[in-house]
Design a protein around this ligand. Structure first.
Ligand code: HEC
Ligand code: HEC
Length: 321
C-alpha cells in the first residue's frame, strides 16, 4: 500500500508542476479513418473517381470537382477565390482536398461533418456547380455504365441516389493522401531528410507556438480560431453557429502540401508562404516574426509536401442526354 500511495502522490505532484506537454506533429498514417457505413472497395474508389472528374454532375455539364480541386495544382485552383458556375466568383479560397479525410469538420467554417456530408454541397451551390440533386440523379441514370457500376458497388435495386453519390466520392477522396514527405521521414528517424534550414524552421515553428493549432497528422487541430487575415470580411463559423464568439473564426487548415496551395487564407489574400507566416505571427501569436525566421519556417513548411496520389484518369463513358 505504502509505496503505491507514494508513487501516486509523486506523480500527482509532478503532473501539477510540469506544464502541459507541447502539442505534437505526427507522421501521416497510411490510412485515414473510414466510417463504418462506407467501406472502401476498389470498385467504389473507381466509381468515386469517375464522379469526381465528371462535369456532368454540374448544371452546366462543364464543371467537375476537379475543375477547382485540380490534381495538377495540389487539388486547388490557385485562385484567390473560386470561380464556379458562369464564372461567378465565390466568397472563399479553394482549400486542397489532399488529406481532408483526416479532418472531421469540412469547409473553412466546418459546416459539414465529414466527407460524405460535404460532397453534395458544391454540387448544389449556385456559385459552384449549380445543379439540383434530382436533376443530377436523373442525368446519371441516362448513362448505362453508371447504372451498372452503381449496382455493382451498392447492390441495391435503385442505387443512383444522392447519398450513394456522396459515399462514392468520399471514398475516392480517402485515397487522396500524401504520405512520406521529407518531414515524415525526419519524424521516423531520418535526420538528414530535412535541410539544416528546414530543421531550424521546425524548431522556430514549435518555439513560436504554431503547434498550438497546427498539430496532429495534418497539422490542424480541427478547431476554429479567430485570426485577422488581410481583407477578411467573412463571418466564418458564426454563419453556422450564430454564436457571436465565432464571428470570423475559421477552421485551422492543414499545412501539408501548403507550398502547392497558394494563395493563402480563407479569402486568398496572401500570395507567398513567407507572407502567410508573418501574418500568422502577428495575428495568431502576437509576435513579430523577422523576415529571416519566416524564410526558415517556410523552408520547414515546404518539407511537408508528400508523395502525390498516383492513379489513372478515368475514361468517362460518352452518353448524350
Ligand atoms: C467552383 C469551385 C469548386 C468546385 C466545383 C468544387 N469545390 Fe470543393 N471547395 C471549393 C471551395 C471554395 C471550398 C471552400 C468553401 C467554404 O469553405 O465555404 C471547397 C471545399 C471543399 C472541401 C472541404 C475541404 C476542407 O479542408 O474543409 C472538400 C472536401 C471539397 N471541397 C470537395 C469537393 C467535391 C467532392 C466537389 C465535387 C462534388 C467539389 N469540392 C467541387 C471549391 C470548389
Ligand atoms: C490560434 C491558432 C493558430 C496558431 C497559433 C497558428 N495558426 Fe496558422 N492558421 C490558423 C487558422 C485558423 C488559419 C486560417 C485563417 C484564415 O484563413 O482565416 C491558419 C492559416 C495558416 C496558413 C495558411 C494556410 C492556407 O492554406 O491558407 C499558414 C501558412 C499558417 N497558418 C502557418 C502558421 C504558422 C507558421 C504559425 C506560427 C507562426 C501559425 N500558423 C500559428 C490557426 C493558427
Amino acid at each position: 500500500m505504502r509505496p503505491l500511495f507514494l508513487a501516486v502522490l509523486v506523480s500527482a505532484l509532478l503532473s501539477a508542476s510540469v506544464p502541459a506537454w507541447p502539442a505534437e506533429i505526427e507522421p501521416l498514417p497510411a490510412l485515414p479513418p473510414i466510417p463504418a457505413d462506407n467501406s472502401m472497395t476498389p470498385q467504389k474508389i473507381e466509381l468515386g473517381k469517375m464522379l469526381f472528374f465528371d462535369p456532368r454532375l454540374s448544371g452546366s455539364k462543364w464543371i467537375s470537382c476537379a475543375t477547382c480541386h485540380n490534381p495538377a495544382m495540389g487539388y486547388t485552383d490557385r485562385l484567390p477565390r473560386a470561380l464556379g458556375h458562369a464564372m461567378s466568383e465565390g466568397p472563399r479560397n479553394t482549400p486542397t482536398i489532399l488529406n481532408a479525410a483526416f479532418i472531421k469538420a469540412q469547409f473553412w467554417d466546418g459546416r459539414a461533418d465529414g466527407l460524405e456530408a460535404q460532397a453534395l454541397g458544391p454540387i448544389q451551390a449556385d456559385v459552384e456547380m449549380k445543379q439540383t440533386l434530382t436533376q443530377m440523379v436523373n442525368n446519371l441514370k441516362q448513362v448505362p455504365e453508371y447504372v451498372t457500376r452503381f449496382k455493382e458497388v451498392f447492390g441495391e435495386t435503385d442505387p443512383i441516389t444522392p447519398g450513394n453519390i456522396a459515399k462514392a466520392i468520399a471514398t475516392f477522396e480517402r485515397t487522396l493522401i500524401t504520405p512520406d514527405s521529407p518531414f515524415d521521414r525526419y519524424l521516423r528517424g531520418d535526420k538528414l531528410a530535412l535541410s539544416r534550414d528546414a530543421r531550424e524552421g521546425y524548431r522556430l515553428f514549435q518555439e513560436k507556438g504554431c503547434t498550438a493549432c497546427h498539430n496532429g497528422p495534418v497539422l490542424s487541430d480541427g478547431n476554429f480560431h479567430h485570426i485577422k487575415v488581410p481583407g477578411s470580411v467573412d463571418e466564418g463559423r458564426f454563419k453556422v453557429t450564430k454564436n457571436p464568439a465565432d464571428l470570423s473564426a475559421f477552421r485551422t487548415p492543414t499545412l501539408r502540401n501548403v507550398e502547392l496551395t497558394a494563395p493563402y487564407f480563407n479569402n486568398g489574400s496572401v500570395n507567398t508562404l513567407e507572407g502567410a507566416v508573418v501574418v500568422m505571427g502577428n495575428e495568431a501569436l502576437n509576435t513579430n516574426i523577422s523576415r529571416k525566421d519566416a524564410v526558415l519556417i517556410a523552408d520547414f513548411l515546404r518539407s511537408l509536401t508528400g508523395t502525390m496520389p498516383k492513379f489513372d484518369y478515368p475514361d468517362l463513358p460518352y452518353t448524350r442526354y
